[in-house]
Design a protein around this ligand. Structure first.
Ligand SMILES: Nc1ncnc2c1ncn2[C@@H]1O[C@H](COP(=O)(O)OP(=O)(O)OP(=O)(O)O)[C@@H](O)[C@H]1O
Ligand SMILES: [Mg+2]
Length: 358
């Protein structure tokens, strides 16, 4: 997919801006506080119905407005053009796809698959497992649409079982154990299968940045897989009852990344951590394209942060041939490095919330 035209209304210091991005690389530069991250935030909100910077909507809406609106014309891989729009205020969420209203965030996410790299992206490997599960599930979700149903059914069974555990009503727990086992096993299988396809692509991208270093990703399913999931639920019942929640299952899944058999997050530098996260996210986009023929949108906020000149140039080169649409921000043009070898791009200057093609 490609964003053909983007309209942003009342996002941070952007009052009302429209622009026509390039189908490949788009570079935004401007002083601190000019509104560069706000542009990426707007694109992100259009695809995910949430920000990457704030858990709440209020600070994102321009101070002088009570709602924000972002809309875009989007070319899909089959050359069909669709109209995508989202309106958010502090309480409500309205989304329109081709003039039809939908309340499903997943519809937006399918229409505009996107990934972002920003100064805190290293947290994917550094912080708790929730982020890594979300990362993995984004890939599985886009790779196979049946995953969403299994995942939703699993979540439903999990919350029902937790209600029974809290209220100590054990007479129906078997019913939910069966559901949990059935859908939980499916969710786990989807993740395992996805990872087996993802790994070779990730390894080759990783090599571009790190050379021939031994790297591996090990997934843990969220339970002791030497037992069937249902057996683990039975074994854990006393503990689950005591604490009022289900301890084991795909909701506790995680993955670890090892370099030369050592846990990467324990010893690599911050910049290296960011490069690893970058490689992971690029690999997801590449896999989405290879297997589903969908080219997503890749956002990079604060290009220069923690990446040296050589790695920035490698990254830009990779992105220019990857085929997805890219939005990159930096404070100075020079931070984008040598653009000689980048065949196609558009440059925009951002100033006081205004976007002008440079
Ligand atoms: N709700 C809001 N209403 C109006 N202005 C806001 C709001 N939230 C933030 N701003 C302002 O919007 C401007 C743009 O912020 P943004 O984070 O996009 O800047 P930036 O160009 O990415 O800067 P930097 O280079 O420092 O990352 C800032 O000056 C900020 O103070
Ligand atoms: Mg910024």
């Amino acid at each position: 997919m490609t964003l053909l035209k983007l309209d942003i209304h009342a996002v941070r210091n952007i009052q009302q801006e429209s622009f026509i991005p390039d189908s490949t690389i788009n570079l935004f530069y401007g002083e601190n506080g000019s509104g560069k991250s706000a542009i990426l935030e707007a694109v992100f909100i259009l695809g995910r119905a949430k920000s990457f910077r704030s858990a709440i909507i209020k600070p994102i809406i321009n101070f002088t407005h009570d709602k924000l609106i972002i809309s875009a014309q989007l070319a899909q891989t089959n050359n069909k053009t669709i109209q995508l729009g989202i309106q958010l205020d502090t309480k409500n969420f309205f989304c329109r796809i081709n003039h039809k209203t939908t309340q499903k965030r997943s519809d937006l996410a399918y229409a505009l698959p996107l990934q972002i790299i920003h100064p805190k992206s290293y947290e994917l490997l550094d912080a708790g497992p929730q982020l890594r599960r979300e990362f993995l599930d984004w890939g599985v979700f886009n790779n196979d649409r049946n995953f969403l149903l299994a995942w939703r059914n699993f979540k439903k069974a999990l919350s029902q079982r937790n209600v029974l555990l809290k209220s100590k009503q054990l007479q129906y727990i078997n019913v939910w154990d069966k559901e949990l086992d059935y859908y939980g096993t499916i969710v786990d299988q989807y993740r395992q299968l996805y990872l087996s396809r993802f790994k070779p692509i990730f390894f080759s991208i990783f090599k571009e940045f790190f050379g021939h270093i031994n790297v591996d990703i090990i997934i843990s399913s969220g339970w002791d897989t030497s037992f069937e999931f249902q057996q683990v639920l039975i074994n854990d019942l006393d503990k689950d009852l005591r604490y009022g929640f289900t301890h084991s299952g795909p909701h506790r899944a995680d993955f670890n990344l090892f370099i030369n058999n050592r846990l990467a997050k324990d010893f690599v530098s911050r910049g290296q951590l960011k490069l690893i996260v970058l490689s992971l996210k690029l690999a997801q986009m590449q896999l989405l394209f290879n297997e589903n023929g969908i080219s997503g949108c890749f956002l990079i906020d604060d290009f220069a942060a923690e990446l040296d000149t050589l790695n920035r140039s490698k990254l830009l080169q990779y992105l220019s041939v990857m085929g997805c649409q890219v939005f990159i921000t930096a404070t100075e043009i020079s931070e984008f490095g040598d653009l000689e070898n980048i065949k196609k791009y558009k440059m925009f200057h951002v100033e006081h919330g205004k976007i002008k093609q440079a």
